[in-house]
Ligand binder design. Structure first.
Ligand SMILES: [Zn+2]
Ligand SMILES: [Zn+2]
Length: 282
């Protein structure tokens, strides 16, 4: 087996103040662990680290994105951790619940409160991940129902009138009920699972995120038609989109994932280098 195809061999990434670990190969497994969010995005494989995150946000239920949910629930129950919170496209919730219930019966386990643990997500729905962070879901074009997720962080900054004042003065002002902070929201992280290029045409606002996860399943050598037929994005389509609508790909940190199993590491790196050279020329 190629080392590239071992789902335990995650890569570690660090940007925009976030520490992430990720694995993603088409058909095999995709999962992105973000401990500071207490969350995983997709869960095609459930590592120990992934099981330690309470929230699982599934883009869609193809096996390479969702197979780890059974183990996530099981490991958390076994270790006495708080029950998993699984978010899944609303259209696929009933099917996922059936799979999870079937597993409970197979293993002759006492039933968990799956209805409470698995939440259906509709397009444009907003839900809280923590007091400071909310998730905005949006529709993604793939072969089955799919959602993208943008994590927005609420941040505060001292109002200019209070800048440079000692801590006591600020505390006193707050005690008097005065507003000392200005609040603003930052789109910190966007995750798109399997998708055609159409999603980015419909949602160019994803380019405002500090970190943007996108798929590029196919590289030059495979036809774009084949890629689109299976609901995926071709690397050349991303290059073209960048030339046409640069705002959709304006994120300072873009991670391309979900390459087909047929490509080796050197082919992926060569395609990336060609893409960067071409966009620098454009
Ligand atoms: Zn996939
Ligand atoms: Zn898929």
């Amino acid at each position: 087996m190629r080392r590239l195809h071992d789902p335990e061999r995650v890569i570690s990434l660090s940007f925009a103040g976030l520490e992430l670990s990720a694995f993603s190969i088409s058909g095999l497994a995709t999962y992105v662990v973000v401990p500071s969010f207490d969350a995983c995005f997709d869960l095609g494989h459930c590592s120990v680290k992934a099981s330690q995150q309470r929230h699982v946000l599934l883009s869609h239920v193809h096996q390479d994105h969702a197979l780890g949910v059974v183990r996530h629930l099981s490991l958390r129950a076994m270790t006495g951790a708080k029950p998993s919170r699984v978010f899944v496209p609303d259209e696929s919730r009933a099917g996922l619940l059936e799979v999870l219930r079937a597993h409970e019966r197979l293993e002759e386990r006492s039933p968990q409160d799956l209805e409470a643990m698995v939440k259906g997500v509709r397009a444009d729905e907003v839900f809280a991940l923590s007091p400071q962070r909310t998730v905005r879901a949006f529709d993604v074009v793939h072969r089955i129902a799919s959602r993208g997720y943008t994590v927005t962080e609420r941040r505060r900054k001292l109002l200019p009138a209070f800048e440079g004042l000692p801590g006591e003065a600020i505390r006193d002002a707050r005690a008097r009920g005065e507003e000392v902070y200005a609040h603003h929201e930052v789109d910190l992280f966007t995750y798109v699972g399997d998708s055609t290029i159409e999603t980015l045409e419909r949602h160019p606002e994803v380019g405002r995120s500090q970190v943007l996860f996108l798929e590029a399943t196919h590289l030059p050598g495979t036809s774009r038609e084949t890629s689109a037929k299976y609901g995926h994005t071709h690397l050349e389509e991303l290059a073209e989109l960048f030339a046409r609508r640069p705002e959709a790909l304006a994120s300072p940190h873009i991670v391309l994932k979900h390459f087909s199993m047929k490509y080796g590491r050197s082919e992926i790196l060569a395609a990336k280098a060609a893409l960067l050279t071409n966009s620098a020329r454009a």
